[in-house]
Ligand binder design. Sequence first.
Ligand code: NAD
Length: 517
Amino acid sequence: MTAEMSVLGHSEALGVRPGRLYVGGAWSDASDGAVADQVNPATNEVVTTFAVGSAADVDRAVRSARRAFDEGPWPRLHAGDRKAILQRLVGLIERDGAQLDALQCLENGMPISFSSLPVLSASMAAGIFDHHAGWIDKLCGETYPSYGPSPTGNDVQMMSVREPVGVVAAITPWNAPLMLFAQKAAPALAAGCTIVMKPSELAVLTALRLTELIEEAGIPPGVFNLVPGPGDPTGEALINHPMVDKVTFTGSRAVGRHILSVAGEAASAPEGIWGGGLKRVTLELGGKSPSLIFSDATSVETAGQIAMGMVALGISGQGCVCQTRALVERSVYDTFIEAALSLAGSVVQGDPFDPATTAGPIISARQLAKVVGYIEGADAAGARRLCGGERPGGALAQGNFVTPALFADVDNAMTVAREEVFGPVLVAIPFDDESDAVRIANDSDYGLGAGVYTASIGRGFRVARALRAGTVGINDYTVMPNAPFGGYKTSGLGREGGWAGIEAFTELKTIVVGLGD
Ligand code: NAD
């Protein structure tokens, strides 16, 4: 490692230019000329700038999406035609996959070795668009027989049809930008909705490039609009806009709660024909997910490495699904700790574009201070820190790095076991038996994911059924485009992926046909 580290050469090689707004099929600056910096967190260098959408820009974008929905071709296209356009987009994402993976590395510091992993890469985004394109010609309703005579005394034939929900406001975080862009845009576009997307102000590069590909694929003007900017004013203007029918949000619980309350407020557009409030909402929020490691696991060592790896490698614990509480049966606790420590010791932090780098920085100096605060708080509360929690020196001091921390003998009531740290911090909690493990696992306000490590099929299923979490992995864990993903409890509302994901972008209309004269 040299004393200096720079990612600016990659920015140039990737052709990065200042980002602009994409509204109504045209690129423009912000109405008030405002711009913000896109910073790479591994070096804290300014990679480029991007236009920050004002409330006026958001209004222009929503009106453009509204027009495209009410009058444009997109919701009215033949299923086969809409499908062909989305499949063209899949091909373009695959064509530019390596560039998109590198842009993701440049925008949020994710090591290139992780940015190109199937679950986080452009290939995952392409898979999500491909999966949802497949639903377009299968968005069917049902028919129902007359349950009895109607008030006119006649029989009726009833049927349901699926229609797009309307104008969608999509708001994403910075930690898995390629995948999360697709999780929002793919089902909305497939269902026939129009969109105004606001990516995180901390990572805009892949959103800008994917928008160019959406344009290249031939999606009509106004159907997809991109308005980068911070939560306030850009996000606020979007979630409060009366012409928005649905908000789909991935991010923190605090912002999710706020969106839910705003979505329920009465709201009328000046024209008086839209809104009334009560926007539809999908929320993908945070987690404090447990992994439960039983003494009969095929390999406690492997389970220990996976548990530590989830917080120490790649995006350094800044993933909603990271299993940050390791609940370990007492008889194998020492073996687990040894394996977790050995994984933590093998982590290579460094230049995100170096293929040998295995762990990236914390996204911002502000988030780094928060992570360090949690670590110091855990020390003060009496948790035993076995490794990590240090700021590395040399070239790494330039970025927002912190070494992965393992806390042993943690009480589940401690703050570090209850709150989402969003950094490389694993807490280990011993348990006595299966019911003890399930009780501790469920003793959380969150319920996003969980892992169970056991060689017993019966125990694996039994525990998976008992856990209050949206996804439970038995001896493995992943996210795939065709399976639902989402949270129990305060981890969210609704699901993305699979049928549940696209269904959430539709309204179900019942049509009653009188069979009398
Ligand atoms: P965040 O809530 O701070 O920001 C998320 C997005 O919301 C950003 O685009 C931000 O600009 C916007 N925003 C902030 N305030 C807003 C407001 N008042 N109105 C409208 N928009 C607003 O979250 P973050 O720090 O970007 O991301 C980390 C969080 O995301 C973690 O809690 C993590 O668990 C969660 N997350 C969840 C999933 C999931 O699928 N469940 C996936 C990834 C991340």
